[in-house]
Design a protein around this ligand. Structure first.
Ligand code: ATP
Ligand code: MG
Length: 348
């Protein structure tokens, strides 16, 4: 069983517009409302694949209630901790050519007492009950709400680890650095988050692996670095594995990183060490299959078993470290304008 914690969840409104003109009255086409939040997405992905999970989140105001209701309708086991601050709502404006403009609210503030109640809810949710057993992992995801210390994930992670839980953190900036320094067992930065953490651009797989090793030298146990269409790299105590699934023409990469992390934990939940090595390679392959499937789905829809293809995932225990990355947009097209599959590991 996997418990997720989303401290700054949201009600995500997606609105289709014909075009975006500043200062104009814009008529909306379709509009939809979805539950949002990175930990929430991890729980949704696990649920869609039959793996028990509980999603712990603070919630407040009407939007908070609606968020909890929507998650309940999807079948997510939600542990909502009522808080005074209103749950935020994030707005995504989608134009016909696929251009996406996002407006994310900062979120309601959380007081120290509320954080304590949320942490207690995580420990209780992780303790088992209702036939779901004790949690293997607590996955702490997303941005921090206003008003909390920047090292809150580090503090919470230590508390969860002391209770015997394995802790994974997916966040960015100073919160990521603090979680790394606190010795978090697993962190999942994307390329930009990893580059920001080490303070330099990451042009090749070698650069990514060096940066991941740097995070490990600062305290992180295992680094699962996601690289968009270039796949992902797992750097742990047992070594390095890289891999990718064939690049898809992404419908929406929002939540692809969350699906990747869910797939990794789903594969490792059977007892894998989570480190690189044979178990790590298998978990990375599963992660890549889930990530690519999520990228091919619209919005933040999480893949179900029928969406996930494992046949074309490639794992490279000895990756060609010097190769530059090849982003889909940079990859050469054939005369019909199609992008051929890359010729070699993580580059072309
Ligand atoms: N175009 C693509 N083709 C194939 N796989 C993809 C593509 N884009 C993303 N993926 C898969 O999804 C994973 C996660 O993507 P990415 O690195 O963009 O995560 P992220 O930036 O953390 O996303 P988010 O935070 O929105 O969930 C990648 O490691 C890869 O496996
Ligand atoms: Mg991410």
């Amino acid at each position: 069983m996997i418990v997720t914690l989303t401290l700054n969840p949201s009600l995500d409104r997606t609105i289709e517009v014909d075009s975006l003109t500043r200062g104009a009255v814009i008529r909306a086409g379709g509009a939809r409302v979805d539950p949002g939040g990175k930990g929430v997405n991890v729980s949704r992905a696990l649920l869609a694949n039959g793996i028990a999970s509980r999603a712990v989140l603070p919630c407040g105001g009407d939007d908070g209630q609606r968020l909890v209701r929507l998650l309940g309708q999807e079948g997510v086991a939600v542990v909502a901790v009522r808080c005074a601050g209103a749950t935020r709502s994030n707005v995504t404006l989608v134009e016909p050519d696929g251009t996406v403009t996002k407006i994310n609210e900062p979120g309601g503030p959380l007081t120290a007492a509320e954080v304590d109640r949320v942490a207690a809810a995580v420990l209780q949710a992780a303790g088992g009950g209702a036939g779901s057993g004790r949690a293997d992992w607590v996955v702490v995801c997303g941005s921090l709400p206003p008003g909390v210390p920047v090292d809150l994930y580090a503090t919470l992670g230590r508390r969860f680890a002391a209770a015997g839980l394995r802790v994974a953190v997916d966040t960015s900036g100073p919160a990521l650095l603090a979680a790394v320094a606190a010795g978090t067992e697993l962190v999942k930065p994307n390329r930009e988050e990893l580059a920001e953490a080490v303070g330099r651009p990451l042009g090749s797989l070698r650069d990514v692996i060096d940066a991941a090793q740097e995070l490990r030298s600062w305290g992180a146990g295992t680094v699962l670095a996601s690289l968009g269409a270039d796949g992902a790299v797992l750097v742990g105590p047992a070594g390095v594995v890289a891999g990718e699934s064939p690049p898809v023409e992404p419908r929406s990469t929002v939540g692809a990183g969350d699906a990747l992390l869910a797939g990794y934990l789903a594969a490792g939940a059977a007892g894998g060490s989570g480190a690189a090595g044979v178990a790590g390679a298998a978990a990375l392959a599963e992660a890549l299959a889930w990530g690519a499937a999520a990228a091919a789905l619209p919005g933040s829809r999480m893949p179900r078993p029928a969406d996930i293809s494992r046949t074309h995932v490639r794992i490279h225990p000895g990756p060609d470290l010097g190769r530059p990355h090849c982003h889909p947009a940079d990859r050469p097209t054939d005369p019909d304008g199609r992008r051929p599959a890359r010729p070699g590991p993580l580059g072309g």
